[in-house]
Design a protein around this ligand. Structure first.
Ligand SMILES: Cc1cc2nc3c(=O)[nH]c(=O)nc-3n(C[C@H](O)[C@H](O)[C@H](O)COP(=O)(O)OP(=O)(O)OC[C@H]3O[C@@H](n4cnc5c(N)ncnc54)[C@H](O)[C@@H]3O)c2cc1C
Length: 567
């Protein structure tokens, strides 16, 4: 393509169109800035580009499974639970975009307009001050330059627009937000909640907050979205817009302003730094199809390529002033990356409530916020873990026979077994200098960009935390009368949690961090990073809601600074 965009000058550039980039686009465009959104993948239009959204199970050639040949050639992505026949077209295959695993790391990516927002699991819990104060209190990483009060209103701002369902639980560890009605916990989950409440004052079982329109507001209807139908087929893209993804929500809203130019197939190579001006002037792009190099210019640049790709872009943005990557005076760029530890589970059985079962579906499950080391240090490991919790009645459908008999068996009531219960750990990991990403010195991708080398591992803190989770969960399950309790450690490599964070961390001191409290690169103030790369620590909560709030807050600041002539 010679280039369809003849104008190369904009008021703002956003790199990436996923969860955080979608928010940057919406906020910048609403504030009147002519904004260029650069996305390396193809366009995915809401409704039009969800090819499997209305397919029935029998219409899938492989009954929902990934064909063996694809699985064999793509072992990393095949380990992701959501990489199935109905949604595999939204995931990056290992063979398409190789990276270097100095240590095993399962890097799960989605390269298209909407990024991973199409396939995400939509869990959206706020952070609290127990999270923002963590590094300072427990002496790891660096102090966050912000606190909960700095983002509280921005959480509300994004929750109202995205649509988050939940209950006001009144917990200090998990602040309440602007919620649409929650679904119900089932009888065994309610039972466990009551048992936990009886025994503990600091442990709570709640309905997990999630980005679903249980009751759309006028604002959601204006977006063209409707009520969640509880199909639980979200990873295909939702024909009702019932859950939040960028494609149904922020991107079309930005488009409606008339201020957005979206350029798919645009692989950002680096950010252009002008030494005489002391700031970034634009970005260098390789057209994904033609391999042509193009440059685009703007006074504000938001980097939202998802945590590790944002690291890659900054590390690859070298100049006389920044020979080791943009803003990397401190040498910490790419370092102190972290993730969530999802290795551990505890399962069991319950013989009560045999007169009840569940009917229908719901988009989320129960959630137990962190209770370990919250108010004081209680264990020989730092920080703690949150947990998912769910209970389901086991059932067996008769499927024997042929013809009429088979049909009748399939139409008969399934035989119900006992209730099975399970909890999954979501552990906070500690960012360390020895966990880092860097550019491979020799290997390049198809577009001539260095491949990312990932060197990340668990540590002793993670191992101790897993043991504590096993002990505490087994105790809580036993106290509730659950039986057949079994612990399991998947030993999976880091990455499958899909919550990679850090490398471009925020902090007060430019000597030990890359970004200031407004997400500006300390040494290059017109570049903002608001995706997972900016995270100083990881907390236990699913992070994307926090990226959304950070992005809206940073855009507000950036536009005010631009208007004052400060950028
Ligand atoms: C199966 C699954 C379940 C998940 N569940 C949850 C959950 O329940 N809760 C939660 O909080 N999070 C969840 N996540 C994680 C969540 O999806 C991510 O945290 C979130 O999408 C990150 O937003 P982002 O904008 O940083 O990145 P993305 O949404 O990945 O978007 C980044 C975009 O940048 C583009 N890009 C990358 N490099 C370049 C480049 N060089 N040039 C141009 N464009 C580029 C990509 O193509 C992509 O479109 C889940 C993810 C998956 C896959």
């Amino acid at each position: 393509m010679g280039d369809s965009i003849t104008n190369r000058n904009f008021d703002a550039i956003v790199i990436g169109s996923g969860i955080s980039g979608g928010w940057a686009a919406k906020e910048l465009c609403e504030k009147g800035l002519k904004t260029l959104v650069l996305e390396r993948g193809r366009d995915v239009k809401h409704l039009k580009d969800y090819p499997t959204t209305n397919m029935n199970p029998w219409e899938f050639k492989h009954f929902g499974k990934v064909p063996y040949a694809i699985e064999k050639d793509n072992p990393v992505i095949s380990r992701c639970y959501a990489f199935r026949e109905d949604a595999m077209h939204f995931f990056v295959k290992d063979t398409e975009h190789p990276y270097v695993q100095e240590k095993p790391f399962d890097w799960i990516r989605g390269y298209q307009v909407g990024g991973k927002s199409i396939m995400w699991a939509r869990q959206t819990q706020r952070w609290s001050d127990f999270d923002f104060e963590g590094p300072a209190r427990d002496g790891f990483a660096v102090d966050w330059p912000i606190r909960y009060k700095d983002v509280d209103a921005w959480y509300s701002h994004v929750e109202k627009f995205a649509g988050i369902s939940g209950n006001k639980d009144g917990l200090a560890t998990l602040p309440d937000g602007e919620f649409l009605p929650a679904d119900d916990l089932n009888c065994v989950e309610e039972y466990f909640k009551a048992q936990v409440k009886k025994k503990y004052t600091d442990r709570h079982v709640i309905y997990a907050r999630c980005a679903h329109l249980t009751q759309p507001t006028e604002l959601h209807l204006q977006q063209g979205r409707g009520q969640c139908q509880k199909r639980n087929l979200c990873q295909r893209g939702c024909p009702f817009g019932g859950y939040y993804n960028s494609n149904s929500t922020t991107i079309p809203w930005a488009e409606k302003t008339g201020n957005m130019t979206l350029r798919p197939h645009s692989v950002v190579h680096s950010i252009i730094y002008d030494e005489s001006k002391g700031k970034a002037t634009g970005v260098r792009v390789i057209d994904a199809n033609t391999k042509e190099t193009l440059e685009f210019f703007a006074p504000i640049i938001f980097v939202n390529a998802a945590a590790y790709n944002t690291n890659l872009i900054l590390l690859n943005s070298t100049s006389n002033r920044f020979p080791n990557g943009l803003g990397n005076d401190s040498g910490v760029l790419g370092k102190y990356v972290a993730f969530h530890n999802y290795r551990a589970r505890v399962n069991g059985k319950y013989d009560g409530f045999l007169d009840s079962t569940t009917d229908g579906r719901r988009p989320t499950s129960a959630y137990i916020p962190r209770f370990r080391n919250v108010f004081k240090q209680e264990t020989d490991f730092l920080r703690g873990y949150a947990m998912t919790f769910s209970a389901n009645r086991g059932s067996k459908q008769k499927n024997e026979g042929f013809g009429e008999e088979l049909k009748n068996n399939l139409l008969s009531e399934p035989e119900l077994g006992p209730w099975y219960i399970g909890a999954g750990m979501m552990g906070e990991t500690i960012p360390k200098e020895t966990n880092f990403v860097s550019l491979d010195p020799t290997k390049k991708d198809e577009w001539g960009i260095p491949q990312l080398k990932i060197s990340i591992d668990y540590d002793d803190n993670d191992e101790k935390m897993i043991q504590d989770f096993f002990t505490e969960m087994t105790k809580m399950f036993t106290e509730a009368g659950f039986t057949d309790i079994k612990t399991s450690d998947s030993k999976q490599a880091p990455g499958l949690d899909i919550h990679e964070m850090g490398g471009v961390r925020m902090g007060n001191d430019p000597k030990t961090s890359i970004l200031n409290k407004w997400h500006q690169v300390h040494a290059c103030k017109n570049v903002f990073v608001t995706d997972g790369a900016c995270m100083t620590s990881t907390s236990t909560q699913n992070p994307s809601l926090t990226y959304m709030a950070f992005t809206a807050r940073a855009v507000d600041y950036a536009v005010k600074q631009l208007k004052k002539g400060e950028l």
